[in-house]
Write a protein that binds this ligand. Structure first.
Ligand code: FRU
Length: 476
């Protein structure tokens, strides 16, 4: 089948504008940056090209939300300084409750953004900016950079966490450096000293490490605390291109040590990358809130959504669990869609699908194979097959429309969720994306698909029961 379709033709036929995912019309966006929660609002910043729908000229765009479903776009937060330290690359933000930085005024906690600047000569350094109005406006720190480049080409994406040790408390910053991560400490977010390095001879190393995130979590099963380290890697993901691996272990205030040498992936699909967690959210030791960029560097600049490029995944919770003697992460979807869209109804075969919806279903552990097949009037097909006998999932987008740059792949993914009891699957589909959550986040698979007409047909193996659909099309 000929799958090469011109982007212009496609956008005349259909609109891939997401209904309930964050994106920015007319622009390119990539990584989420500086995520934090304050006074009932979620503040989202992100890699933004203000001039085009391809990567370049990086600034920090800004938006806010009260429910993580609908977003208010805001003026840009951080402007590139091409004449100075350079473009604004990825990083995090912290709400400095105790005003350790001294930037706060009138008892309002300052918000400190920590990010990389890359100069026109491509030198990467770490900088900060601060906000004294709850994150609406940021001022560049005059003494940037706060960490100079130690002679490395790739030295970026600082993420900061508060280390609440028995004897000492301070900020810890993770910065990726080539294919490892460097940890630094500071008491005021301005002066940093290096603590240690992590990454040699452990984890996946098929490409450069990016967007680290280090944080403690308490296991809901054992009640014990462990430290989690997220590391995005590009290329070298299990399905080609970009993906995010994670380590669980201990951080003693100086060094991170992993519980074992196994490589674990946070999402087993092609399109969940560069995600970080939100600072200052409620209940942060029990569950972290996480958002990622829903694309892959293999084709991010070439996807046919040429009115906009790049969207964020649905925010997810990250929780710590234990299975077969080792710690692992659960990542269920976070936003509460109960008050949105239509009532959940039983899905009947022959019904036409909306463009945005949640689909939920149950599979018995006794079924060797289950197929879920989406079709459209152009004979394009997208399918997910769950093979419990072989313990693998096949995601096939080889005949699903857009097919350039290796997009027409068929993924074979090992099953890591529990297959002893009924398997519950939730799929959030939103015009060009499918996010699959197995057993409330025991495994996630996120994948983009750009059919030339919407997938309106759905065929599900007969043995599958409790197929429920909730129309979310009205969200936009
Ligand atoms: C990850 C990344 C980061 C970098 C940013 C630039 O997707 O490559 O390492 O800071 O994108 O936009």
């Amino acid at each position: 089948m000929q799958n090469l379709v011109s982007p212009t033709l496609l956008s005349q036929n259909t609109s891939w504008d997401p209904h309930f995912h964050f994106y920015k019309l007319g622009h390119w966006i990539n990584d989420p940056n500086g995520l934090f929660y304050l006074n009932g609002k979620y503040h989202l910043f992100f890699q933004l090209n203000p001039d085009a729908t391809v990567w370049g000229n990086m600034h920090w765009g800004a938006a806010e939300s009260i429910d993580l479903i609908t977003w208010k776009h805001k003026p840009m937060a951080l402007y590139a300084e091409p004449e100075g330290l350079g473009y604004i690359f990825s990083g995090g933000a912290v709400v400095d409750i105790n005003n350790t930085s001294g930037f706060g005024i009138d008892d309002i906690p300052p918000v400190i953004a920590t990010f990389t600047q890359q100069s026109v000569q491509e030198e990467q350094v770490q900088s900060i900016a601060f906000s004294v109005d709850g994150g609406d406006n940021f001022t560049m720190f005059e003494q940037n950079p706060v960490i100079a480049n130690p002679g490395l080409k790739d030295f970026r994406d600082p993420k900061v966490v508060w280390f609440d040790g028995q004897d000492e408390q301070y900020w810890v910053k993770a910065v990726v450096a080539g294919q490892c991560v460097h940890f630094y400490k500071s008491t005021d977010l301005k002066k940093w000293t290096k603590l240690s390095e992590f990454g040699e001879n452990i984890g996946a190393h098929g490409g450069v490490w990016e967007c680290p995130d280090l944080f403690p979590l308490r296991c809901h099963k054992t009640g014990l605390e462990r430290w989690v380290l997220l590391i995005s890697i590009n290329p070298g993901g299990p399905n080609g291109g970009s993906a995010t691996q994670y380590f669980i272990g201990n951080f003693d205030g100086v060094e991170f040590t992993s519980q074992d040498k196994e490589t674990r992936w946070l999402d087993h699909g092609t399109d969940c990358y560069a995600g970080i967690t939100w600072d200052n959210t409620p209940n942060i030791l029990e569950e972290r809130l996480y958002t990622a960029w829903m694309s892959n560097w293999n084709y991010a600049n070439d996807t046919p959504d040429d009115r906009w490029r790049g969207a964020m995944t649905l925010p997810r919770k990250i929780k710590l669990s234990k299975s077969n003697g080792s710690y692992c992460l659960l990542t269920p979807a976070f936003p509460d869609f109960d008050a949105c869209g239509t009532q959940e109804v039983q899905f009947e075969s022959g019904h036409s699908l909306p463009q945005a919806y949640k689909l939920a279903l149950n599979v018995s552990p006794k079924e060797a194979e289950t197929n879920i097949v989406w079709t459209n009037e152009k004979d394009e097909v997208f399918s997910i097959s769950i093979n419990l006998a072989d313990k693998k999932i096949t995601v096939d987008r080889s005949q699903a429309g857009f097919s350039e740059k290796g997009f027409n792949s068929t993924l074979s993914i090992p099953i890591v969720f529990n297959t002893n009891d009924t398997i519950h699957l939730e799929v959030y589909a939103d015009t060009c994306s499918f996010e699959c959550f197995f057993n409330d986040g025991e495994q996630c698979i996120t994948t983009l698909v750009f059919p030339s007409l919407p997938f309106s047909g759905l065929d599900i193996s007969e043995h599958v029961n409790n197929v429920i659909i909730k129309n979310l099309e009205a969200l936009a």
